[in-house]
Design a protein around this ligand. Structure first.
Ligand code: SF4
Ligand code: SF4
Length: 693
């Protein structure tokens, strides 16, 4: 059976001829088949393998070095949970879920990566066919299978060229996010050469041998017609073919050899790495818990490792994560610390660590804090907003390295003044302000007057309303606590407050890297909540929400945590509360990182605002932009050129918002400060979502 055209092939396939043609090992004497090493002198195959040897050695040595740095036991871990690995890899590497979020870069990466993949598989099949089967008088690339093979290879060759041209256009077009590193240009041009020369080789082969099935190689066939019409003698074409074939092969070998040493390595490493991130701490978890205070044997002299100051402190997956970085800059583009002009760029941090790991591969014990490779301002500028992790196409968490590095800075005691004061206040007075208990007592008195009962007065409430430090000690934020108590009382919610039993959750300490202090406070809070048999907790602070919901659990507290936006939505849907704000005011909503991005609560607060004049800002939901307070930045000082809160306020002003509704006390404090700095008190208000009612 012959297939003179693709249409005929489709017809024959439906008739079941493909299965016959797919049989590997039919004897030669076929109708359609691939003529390997056509137009090349005899012995080319052997010479090619000899030429390949040094490239293969360079490649394998690079691979060995990388594996030695990760630790060879990394290989064992790969095989542990194949199913989880595959599911995760399918999402992020095969379907490239995050890459395609951006249309142009998504198309660019899909076409390039699948172009490379399919052409590599195709080349491998050609080698098997020519060098392993043909010597035994067998053939793989023949019949319908071969025709499909030719068609697919042309199609994906086209994809590759398209993707590379798009990449080069973006790079030469000056897309800011893309770094103009020579290495990138070299391999992009190399790949383009491979794609174009592949088509030229195919078209010369077709024009000289003129197989009747050439229409399946639809691109090669088209170019071959031009070549045939040009009248170039076949001798010249054969010589040209020879030169082109070797240039094509050597460029491909060169790129393979360069793979472990250049950014190209991400093609392999990220495929393995993304799958393995199922076991890594990713939001809502920020980093691994380094120890459990309740289990630490204080009499033991055994030292345990905390934090990251040397590459050797990283586990093998964290090391591999550095190599998986594609240098795409998506993390940098969303990083509030970067956009506010601090020394932190999550991309630069990961790339820097990768280069250090590579450069000092024999001295992984180099102290990166002493050598100033890790700077205090760089590490402490991070607001732990999680934006970088959310965006990273290969699921790297720059945040994880930052938190680990902070733990090392803390051990050195190399903190700036305000941070030290905060930590001292937390240690002495169990609140970050360093204010006396009388302040809390004053608020409790006020809340009781508004209808709240303390846990002593009402020992078995359905809910505990956790007031939090900002609402306790900051006069402006106290209004949120007042509002909440008013709403809860009027709506008939059965609740109590802890009163003077409440203390800081320890969140600022943990974010600054002071794990011991965090756990001390956490254990005390857990004991308090367990002693009163608390089952449900209402919080208005996203930082408290994140801690209670996702971080205390590991230390022994299982409790239902409800953010006030969710509770208010439920009360409104039951008709127990109604918005009081004027419907003529144009409002917008600012999502909190810990609520929207870490805990995926996005619609509930918006549903509270549906009856009002509402307009969204550009960055919203999981793509929100941090106010700048997180990660302990509210409690310490890292210089910024333009604060995050000012940038966010400008974004709201751009849509002419007259009020920004927020769901976090830190956001109120930061944005109100920005309003004062910009002198916009008459133009825009900052309100907590509870203050809408
Ligand atoms: S967590 Fe946020 S602030 Fe920190 S590096 Fe990532 S994007 Fe930047
Ligand atoms: S860390 Fe992720 S998002 Fe950032 S540059 Fe590397 S690959 Fe891109």
């Amino acid at each position: 059976m012959t297939y003179s055209s693709p249409t005929m092939l489709v017809y024959c396939l439906t008739k079941g001829f493909l299965s016959k043609s797919l049989t590997i090992g039919v004897s030669l004497g076929l109708t359609q088949y691939r003529e390997n090493y056509a137009l090349l002198p005899p012995g080319t195959s052997l010479i090619m393998y000899i030429v390949l040897i040094p490239f293969a050695i360079i490649f394998l040595y690079g691979l060995y070095i990388r594996l030695r740095v990760y630790g060879f036991n990394a290989l064992l871990t790969l095989s542990k949970d194949f199913r989880s690995w595959f599911t995760q890899s399918l999402k992020y590497s095969i379907l490239q879920r995050r890459i395609v979020r951006e249309i142009i870069p998504g198309i660019m990466h899909l076409t390039t990566s699948y172009g490379i993949l399919v052409l590599s598989i195709g080349t491998l099949l050609v080698f098997i066919d020519s060098d392993f089967l043909e010597p035994f008088n067998q053939k793989l690339l023949h019949g319908a299978f071969y025709l499909i093979f030719e068609f697919i290879l042309d199609l994906f060759g086209l994809f590759l060229i398209f993707g590379i041209i798009l990449q080069l256009t973006r790079r030469y077009g000056g897309v800011k996010r893309l770094k103009p590193r020579l290495e990138y240009y070299i391999y992009l041009w190399g790949l383009l050469f491979i794609g174009v020369s592949g088509f030229l080789l195919e078209s010369i082969r077709i024009s000289v041998t003129q197989p009747p099935w050439s229409s399946y190689s639809f691109i090669g066939n088209m170019i071959s017609e031009i070549i045939m019409n040009s009248g170039i003698p076949s001798g010249v074409l054969k010589n040209l073919y020879n030169v082109l074939w070797w240039s094509h092969a050597i460029t491909a070998f060169g790129l393979i050899a360069a793979l472990p040493y250049t950014n190209l390595r991400h093609t392999i490493v990220s495929f393995i790495y993304t799958g393995l991130t199922y076991s890594a701490p990713r939001p809502p978890q920020l980093a691994k818990t380094p120890f459990k205070l309740s289990e630490v044997d204080l009499s033991s002299t055994e030292e345990f490792k905390i934090g990251f100051r040397k590459i050797s402190d990283l586990d093998w997956l964290q090391k591999m994560g550095l190599d998986a970085c594609t240098d795409c800059g998506r993390c940098e583009a969303v990083c509030p610390a970067y956009s506010s002009g601090t020394p932190l760029s999550p991309r630069n941090l990961v790339q820097k660590l990768m280069k250090i790991m590579w450069k000092h591969r024999s001295r992984l014990e180099r102290d990166l804090i002493e050598s100033k490779d890790l700077g205090y301002d760089e590490i402490y500028a991070c607001t732990t907003c999680g934006g970088c992790v959310e965006q990273c196409p290969v699921v790297i968490s720059p945040l994880e390295y930052i938190i680990e590095a902070r733990r090392a800075f803390i051990l050195d005691g190399k903190m700036e003044k305000k941070a030290i004061e905060t930590l001292n206040s937390l240690t002495r007075l169990e609140n970050p302000y360093g204010l006396p208990k009388t302040e809390r007592e004053a608020l409790v008195k006020e809340l009781r007057e508004l209808g709240a009962k303390t846990i002593d007065e009402h020992p078995e409430p359905e809910y505990i309303y956790w007031v939090g430090c900002l609402a306790t000690y900051d006069p402006r934020i106290r209004n949120v606590a007042r509002k909440m108590v008013e709403i809860l009382s009027k709506a008939g919610v059965d609740f109590a407050i802890l009163g003077t039993l409440e203390r800081c959750t320890g969140e600022p300490a943990r974010r600054m890297g002071e794990e011991g202090l965090f756990q001390e406070l956490a254990l005390k809070n857990i004991e308090t909540l367990k002693s009163i048999n608390a089952k449900k907790l209402i919080v208005h602070c996203p930082h408290c929400y994140q801690i209670f919901k996702n971080e205390y659990r590991e230390l022994g507290l299982e409790i239902e945590v409800i953010h006030h936006s969710v509770l208010l939505r439920s009360l409104m849907s039951r008709g127990r509360i109604k918005p009081k704000i004027s419907i003529d005011t144009l409002i917008t909503f600012h999502d909190s990182c810990y609520i929207a991005r870490f805990n995926n609560i996005i619609n509930e607060p918006r549903e509270l605002l549906t009856s009002l004049k509402f307009k969204e800002m550009e960055r919203r939901g999981r793509d929100t932009f941090c106010c700048g307070a997180g990660g302990g930045n509210y409690w310490s000082e890292v210089k910024r050129v333009k604060r995050e809160s000012l940038q966010r306020l400008e974004e709201a002003m751009k849509i002419n918002a007259e009020a920004i509704i927020v769901e976090c006390p830190y956001c109120i404090a930061m944005l109100e400060d920005a309003v004062r700095v910009m002198g916009l008190e008459e133009k825009i208000k900052i309100l907590d979502i509870s203050e809408v009612f």
